[in-house]
Design a protein around this ligand. Structure first.
Ligand code: ZN
Length: 691
């Protein structure tokens, strides 16, 4: 380039380039005539290169391109017969220094070469080429990827028009011949060329020029890069920074929207792959499908989803045509929520009778729908609590076989309702989409535990009833109807049912986690707790190893001394060590005054255990939790908005307006549909039998 400083020039000259000194000077001065005269060997024939000269002239060509001296470049191109590899290298230099005109000329020259022997695909095979090992460009860098990395739109367009493309790298564990050879030939080059290829693909220029739907491609690439960062952890930071680039690109595209109609268009684009996606742009209630936004949620595009434009669209749909809701005070919102909470059955009845009325339409607004469903869930929890109190009041009856199954089964109405709505979910999302979300699986577990608990209680009653009708089974009849609790078997169905119910009623509260993201500070807190539990799990693994080691050691010391009252049995030693972590155990347990050596070793082990667990591990846990809390706190806003968007979108779906216990009553609309279908089926059958 023209702006080469004298120092840089000196460096180039000192690089042991064995040019004739005149040639270097000629290139620097852009003296094409002199270069031409140096090239011609007197007889005016184009120079054929032999091996030793090969590298020299390649450097001369590269140097002239780098200097931007086009006359010299032309003279060299005319005077020397370069082969494919040299032109390829020169092309890289031209792209590197952003000279579209030189690129054009080199491409034309390549076209001639290609006619002879090479095709474009061979560029990607350059990994096997030793002769370009001393190239200044990283492995896997092709002219196109280099241009993409530098965002040179002109050159990228030119190259793609000439048929250059970035082939998608094979998967990491690919076992095809090419990959195996590549790995065997040079593992580092193989990995680097993969990263360099992705670097080109994740660039703005490539995404916007070569793909039809740049946003979708950015989403897909981002997900792929995130997967790769896990599969090839050695290059995790590189992959993750590329992933961030993709996300930023999608966000920038979204930010280009200038008005609401553009935003609506962008967020509602369906991708062509899903044929079963709805054709219409809106659901029945006039709510847009937001397919693109749903896709972004599926692809975990947090930056995209939490962008103000998306959030604004979501909020406006969420509040529907209740104009005052968004700006109104908390007191007003609480009053409305309480009103819905108490009048829920009435509202459901109105909706059941007249879904098209004004109230019916209001109930379809997502925020009201959400409040209705939350109210129903709160009623469920209140029922559970009330049943617990009821059981306490009639404790004697519930302790025996005499309990009435109807007394504490009110919650089963909700359970069946929840079960029905989960079935509908499976129907709507498909089994695969349903299972992917782990919270659905938790729901299913809780519901089946409720059903199992209830089923066992029904079983006890049924057995009692049938066994007593048979005269030969008097003993069994007595067991199932009259015996007291202390005579029951350990695996008695009633005992199992009670325990199942206790555990499940605790798990039921986890469903509140669906409601919390609607509130800013509560939602943020919930996300933090989720991350902390994740940390805790990893910590538990470490704790388990160290704890088991000490449990074994300490226990083995005390096992032979049968007189030792507290230690020497696994369960006792375990509870002793467990409560030591919280400073709630008697350290005198390790003492055995009659056996000094065993006592000494026992005390030492116990001391080390206390040090390791209390001082190191517990403090490490606290540090870990603080650290992840801080990390979440830093991008709490993005995380919370993403979680809230998921919640919002789940309420934008058509149908399921009526909350849980009432959803069991078939609506007139469903009845009508069912009857119509029935009649149609009969008619078609009759028609078939007639023909
Ligand atoms: Zn392969």
């Amino acid at each position: 380039m023209d702006n080469t400083t004298p120092d840089q020039w000196q460096a180039i000259v000192n690089k042991k380039l064995h040019f004739p000194p005149e040639l270097i000077a000629a290139i620097q001065e852009d003296n094409a005539l002199l270069v031409g005269s140096l090239l011609s060997t007197g007889d005016g024939i184009i120079r054929q290169l032999d091996e030793s000269e090969d590298r020299l002239w390649r450097e001369a060509l590269n140097l002239s391109i780098r200097m931007g001296n086009e006359d010299t470049f032309s003279a060299l191109m005319l005077g020397v017969k370069f082969d494919f590899r040299q032109i390829y290298e020169a092309l890289l230099v031209a792209v590197d220094t952003n000279q579209p005109r030189v690129v054009k000329r080199l491409l034309d020259r390549l076209d001639q070469e290609k006619g002879n022997k090479m095709d474009v695909r061979s560029f990607s095979m350059a990994i096997f080429d030793h002769s370009i090992d001393d190239s200044q460009f990283a492995p896997g860098v092709t002219p196109l990827t280099l241009a993409c990395q530098k965002d040179l739109y002109d050159i990228v367009t030119m190259l793609t028009k000439k048929g250059h493309a970035i082939p998608l790298p094979h998967s990491i564990s690919c076992t095809c011949l090419e990959c195996r050879n590549g790995r065997q030939y040079d593992l580092l080059k193989f990995s680097l060329s993969r990263i360099n290829t992705y670097r080109g693909m994740a660039s703005r220029a490539y995404l916007s020029i070569t793909t039809e739907d740049a946003m979708l491609s950015a989403f897909r690439l981002s997900r792929e890069l995130r997967k790769l960062s896990k599969k090839e952890p050695e290059f995790k930071p590189q992959y993750l920074s590329l992933e961030e680039l993709c996300q930023e690109f999608a966000v920038e595209m979204l930010a280009m929207c200038r008005n609401q109609s553009e935003v609506t268009t962008v967020l509602n684009i369906c991708d062509d792959d899903n044929e079963d996606e709805l054709d219409e742009q809106t659901f029945e209630e006039g709510i847009p499908t937001l397919s693109r936004l749903r896709l972004a949620v599926n692809y975990n595009q947090k930056l995209f989803v939490s962008h103000p434009i998306c959030q604004q669209v979501l909020s406006s749909i969420w509040c529907g045509n209740i104009p005052g809701w968004r700006g109104s005070k908390t007191v007003w919102k609480l009053t409305v929520s309480l009103g819905i909470f108490f009048t829920m059955p009435l509202l459901c009845m109105i909706y059941w009778v007249a879904p098209k009325s004004k109230i019916g339409k209001t109930l379809k607004i997502p925020v009201i729908k959400f409040l209705l469903h939350s109210a129903s869930y709160l009623w469920f929890i209140i029922t559970l609590l009330a049943e617990s109190i009821f059981m306490e009041m009639y404790r004697d009856e519930f302790a025996s076989r005499q309990q009435n199954i109807l007394y504490n089964s009110l919650h089963m109405i909700w359970v069946v309702g929840f079960f029905w709505s989960e079935c509908k979910n499976v129907w709507a999302e498909g089994l695969r989409g349903y299972i992917v979300d782990w919270s659905n699986i938790l729901d299913m577990i809780v519901l089946s535990m409720y059903l199992a608990s209830f089923g066992l209680r029904v079983l006890i009653m049924a057995i009692g009833h049938f066994v007593c009708q048979d005269q030969n089974l008097v003993e069994k009849c007595a067991y199932f109807t009259q015996t007291l609790r202390d005579e029951w078997w350990q695996e008695d169905p009633q005992l199992i049912s009670e325990i199942l119910f206790a555990v499940t009623s605790m798990l039921s509260f986890t469903r509140l986690a669906y409601i919390l993201p609607a509130h800013e500070s509560l939602g943020t807190l919930q996300i933090s707790i989720g991350i902390m539990i994740d940390d805790m799990m990893r910590f538990m693994f470490l704790l388990m190893i160290i704890g088991t080691a000490f449990l074994c050691g300490l226990n083995n010391i005390y096992v032979p001394y049968a007189t030792s009252p507290h230690l020497g049995r696994f369960n006792e030693t375990f509870s002793f060590l467990f409560w030591t972590m919280f400073g709630a155990s008697n350290q005198g347990y390790v003492d055995m005054p009659d056996f000094v050596l065993a006592q000494f070793v026992g005390r030492v082990l116990y001391g080390v255990f206390t040090l390791v667990i209390v001082i190191i591990l517990l403090n490490m846990l606290i540090a870990m939790i603080t650290n992840s809390f801080q990390k979440i706190e830093d991008d709490a806003d993005v995380e919370w908005k993403f979680a809230r968007s998921k919640l919002y979108l789940s309420y934008f779906r058509e149908g399921s307006t009526i909350p849980v216990p009432f959803n069991l009553v078939p609506s007139p609309k469903a009845l009508q549909g069912w009857t119509e279908c029935h009649i149609a089926c009969r008619w078609s059958r009759r028609w078939y039998s007639a023909t």
